[in-house]
Design a protein around this ligand. Structure first.
Ligand code: TRP
Length: 335
């Protein structure tokens, strides 16, 4: 199949701090798996990050680190377009136009806006409210047919689809209406190690609740040993065993083993042995990624080159869509 026959797929990750193994399993690992099937376009979403307060130096560092992590995890810059969102001005430009067909009520009722407004009550800004429109622009600029999203971004993708349809109805066919891409066999949502009823989050105030992609071996094993498990001692994936089920999911994501295989492997053994095995599996899998990331971070020119090339390619594709939009809404082009 020729390059042009593959469908476009877009996704992005915000460079706002540590990346957890939950982010890896839920997003980046899938990005790698999708790169042959689709024309993949992946961004470091720095424009989104500043909707909550960031320290400038940290944001710059996190942006470069996330780019290095993408590549270290196996995203191939020869196969995918890999870029930093703020390097492509069309994202902001399309956001402005889409703002004019978006209603305030649609944005103020977004679950994530309400959650983040409550969490950052001292900084409820228009950017936080407009966040989903910027996300819609990200996706629509590339005529993406598919967007791999976790549950927390589904509402934003729904809005993206509504805006695409609304624009197309008002101005004529312009945007591809994107579909959510649900990964085969991996509904795996990784939960907190301290409270398996909550999603694993880097902003958890308890650092034992999450494992980051840069935690060292001892830290990883210690966190797994401390993970909250359920009553009983049987390693079995079940609804009434959320702690153990979560560890089985983590173990599976890093070893490729199914829940049944893991249950068999640890039958007759207790939680203690299993937790150490999970920690070791995670540490073993992350070691080469961490080494490669460290190596890449020393090759800053190489990373800058990838970003530059990615932004050029992205800008070319985005400009095509934006020109069409500008024409449809009636902006005088001068040529
Ligand atoms: N909002 C997404 C998140 O925090 C990141 C993101 C930005 C994104 N633009 C996107 C995801 C476009 C998918 C498509 O996870």
């Amino acid at each position: 199949m020729g390059e042009t026959e593959k469908k476009a797929l877009f996704s992005a990750v915000q460079p706002s701090g540590a990346v957890t193994i939950g982010n890896y399993i839920g997003a980046i690992k899938n990005f790698v798996a999708l790169q042959d099937e689709f024309n993949c376009i992946y961004a470091v979403a720095d424009l989104h990050s500043i909707t909550v307060r960031q320290e400038a130096a940290a944001l710059r560092k996190n942006t470069l680190e996330l780019m290095a992590l993408f590549i270290a995890c196996g995203i191939d810059p020869e196969k995918c377009v890999l870029f930093v969102q703020s390097h492509v001005p069309a994202h902001c430009e399309l956001t402005w136009v889409l703002n004019t067909i978006t209603y305030p009520g649609e944005l103020s009722r977004m679950t994530q806006f309400k959650d983040k407004s409550a969490k950052h009550a001292d900084n409820v800004n228009m950017g936080l409210m407009d966040y989903p429109v910027l996300m819609a622009s990200d996706i629509l600029l590339y005529q993406a047919a598919a967007v791999p999203v976790g549950a927390d971004q589904k509402q934003h993708l729904e809005l993206t689809r509504d805006l695409a349809v609304r624009f197309n109805n008002r101005y004529g066919q312009t945007f591809t209406v994107p579909e959510p891409y649900i990964m085969k066999g991996s509904g795996a949502k990784i939960m907190s190690l301290a409270d398996p009823s909550r999603k694993m989050s880097k902003s958890d105030e308890n650092p034992n609740a999450f494992i980051t992609m840069s935690d060292d071996r001892d830290t990883i094993i210690r966190k797994c040993k401390r993970a909250v498990t359920d009553s009983g001692n049987e390693v079995r994936s079940a609804e009434d065993k959320p702690g153990v089920s979560n560890l089985i999911a983590i173990y599976g994501a890093f070893t490729g083993k199914t829940a049944e295989e893991t249950e068999r492997e640890f039958s007759g053994k207790g939680y203690g042995d299993f937790k150490v095995a999970v920690g070791e599996a995670v540490a073993d899998a992350l070691a080469p990624v961490q080494a490669e990331k460290a190596r890449l971070l020393k090759e800053k020119d190489y990373l800058n080159g990838i970003m530059k090339r990615g932004a050029e390619t992205a800008a070319r594709i985005a400009r095509r869509t934006l020109s069409k939009v500008y024409r449809k809404v009636g902006f005088y082009s001068g040529d």
